[in-house]
Design a protein around this ligand. Sequence first.
Ligand code: SR1
Ligand code: MG
Length: 401
Amino acid sequence: METYYELNVESVVKYVKEKMDFFSEDAVFECTEIGDGNLNLVFRILDVKNDKSIIVKQALPYVRAAGEDWPLDINRGEIETRILKIEYDLTEGLVPEVFFFDPEMFCMVMEDLRGYIIMRYGLLEAEQYPKFADQISDFLVKTLLLTSDLVMDKKDKKESVKSFINPELCEITEDLVYTEPFNVGARNNMEEFLVDFHYEEIVQDKELSLEVAKLKVDFMTNAQSLLHGDLHTGSIFVNEDSTKVIDPEFAFYGPMAYDIGALIANLIMNYISTQAIIEDDHVRSTHSDYLNKMIIDTVNLFKSKSLALWDEVVTDEMAKKEGFKEWFIDDVLVNAAGVAGCEMIRRTVGFAHVKDIDSIPDDAKREKAKKDNLTLAKVLIKNRSQITTGENYINMMNEWL
Ligand code: SR1
Ligand code: MG
């Protein structure tokens, strides 16, 4: 930590000029801090004269959204750099290219994704991304299946598990996703109208807590695949043609269901937000249909592509036995529905919320959206054994929203 200092819009330009040969001598710089996540500083450095830019992401020794009272492993960028390189190779570029990681400044320098938008913001503008389901299902199948024991050499896989032990970031998920929202207090954060509803519908629901406890143990102990670890729509850049997944600093070996469930939850929360925010009937129904199709396609493509790739890549003898692959993928999807429910609950009553729901301007509609979100989430967790296709989600949404 001796040479570490916190970068700002001036010092980061100097830092980059010293560290790399990317910009030319005549560069005219414009630098902005664009980080809107909970943890890091993110700078975009643009040379306006030559129209070239890069991103610098620096870890702070604490949680940005909470301040210095919540210290956090500053080396998270090293894990993020390693997994981005692995994901880049496995997915043929469905993540940004990383130029380097600096272990003294704890920052990474990477490709600027110009011409892309953070998916959460795009969806809130009712934009559509026709290739997304195909591309994200590719990302999921390749990063999850190809890093599992089913495919990898067993010893290499265990070495990889060791090198991706990420205790502090995992603890955040264990606490914020799987524990605090199902209890009173801690870092929970909810609007007044939810306090009694949360207590009666979530905290006092013993069956719900039991099911969440099972999902939590799966998260903590099932070192199945190398996960992104925080795959919400704020961790994805999109445009009409292309998808790029960013921000895998929560990476570790965990259950495949975690990445799939987090993603589906965030699509569902945009659907709930759409019902409350978009006033024009035609725009609302078009965007709702699009979201339904995206959920169906993402889940079903994950399933069909996994089953198709299985025969080509799986090396484990017993995993080739008849019926096993269908059982395995369905089991992943069942647990993904449980994860989706946990993600929806924690984004409503926990520490970290989502703009989709929190930005609903009308108080009554926001209250209804938040309560609908909690109700549907409970259904997903308790009935997850019946959820193994995209259509199963839509049926539950139609019944409960
Ligand atoms: C203290 S970090 C809160 C949340 O932000 C990250 O994006 C993860 O989702 C984490 O749970
Ligand atoms: Mg993030």
